[in-house]
Design a protein. Structure first.
Length: 257
């Protein structure tokens, strides 16, 4: 499988390295670079550094990012090492994350990470007003995931409490452009998402099967609760899963089954 040098350069420029790595590990800004606990060894003192100016990473503990350990220190090298992917699979994964069309060629998709297999869909839901198409060709789970991402993204900007947005822009160093490009969202829990999706015509069984709504006692409530930052993951312009992170340390993941 061949990817041109021009395509790879353009692909890596579509997302800052610190933004990509920040979706997987906690990074803190330190001068003109970012530091965090290394994901490649048992690190207790932050030794993993992402250099903004050179768009490269290096661990001063295990030497990840050196030619001897990871061959390279760019976006693709990180995904190869962190997700245990081959080079072509890492390129495909980065294209999925950045919503970048791949060159026309036969490719093998990157294996799903986590416990569940990710399903694939081929069309984009164009629902800026959060309305489903009159005749939808998408699986129910895909409809729910796409609408959920839009809902939480709008919640981020509609909440009177700006703590989530402040966290993203100040602590996580996310620009407004990045937040909107990747549809990062905000979930406070309760029944907000549940009521929204019920109004779209989904049944309780469909919502429970999506895993985005959970049964607690005799009530159906939003699965994400407690002031959660929601990071959707895209493939072919459709949402295939979410990584969530609270304003402290909790982190989890949910995917289409």
């Amino acid at each position: 499988m061949y990817f041109s040098r021009q395509f790879l350069i353009s692909l890596k420029k579509s997302i800052p390295l610190e933004t990509l790595i920040g979706q997987y590990i906690e990074l803190k800004k330190h001068g003109d670079h970012f530091v965090g606990l290394c994901p490649f060894h048992d690190d207790h003192n932050p030794s993993f550094t992402v250099f903004h100016n050179t768009q490269s990473f290096f661990c001063f503990g295990c030497k990840a990012g050196s030619k001897q350990v990871t061959q390279s220190s760019d976006h693709i090298a990180f995904l190869m090492s962190y997700l245990k992917l081959s080079f072509p699979q890492a390129v495909v994964k980065l294209a999925e994350i950045t919503n970048t069309p791949l060159p026309n060629q036969e490719i093998s998709p990157a294996p799903a990470t986590g416990k569940s297999q990710q399903t694939q869909t081929q069309q984009q839901v164009e629902n800026s007003d959060l309305q489903l198409p009159k005749v939808s060709k998408y699986p129910i789970s895909q409809q729910i995931f796409n609408l959920t991402a839009e809902f939480y993204h709008q919640q981020l900007f509609q909440e009177n409490d700006t703590s989530a947005l402040d966290y993203l822009t100040d602590k996580r160093m996310r620009s407004q452009q990045i937040i909107k490009q990747f549809k990062i969202g905000y979930a406070k829990g309760g029944r907000r998402l549940y009521q929204f999706l019920k109004n779209k015509g989904f049944s309780d069984d469909q919502l429970l099967q999506s895993k985005l709504i959970a049964k607690r006692g005799n009530s159906l409530l939003d699965y994400f609760f407690g002031e959660i930052i929601v990071f959707p993951h895209f493939k072919n312009n459709n949402v295939i899963g979410f990584t969530i992170k609270d304003l402290g340390q909790y982190k989890s993941e949910i995917k289409i089954r």
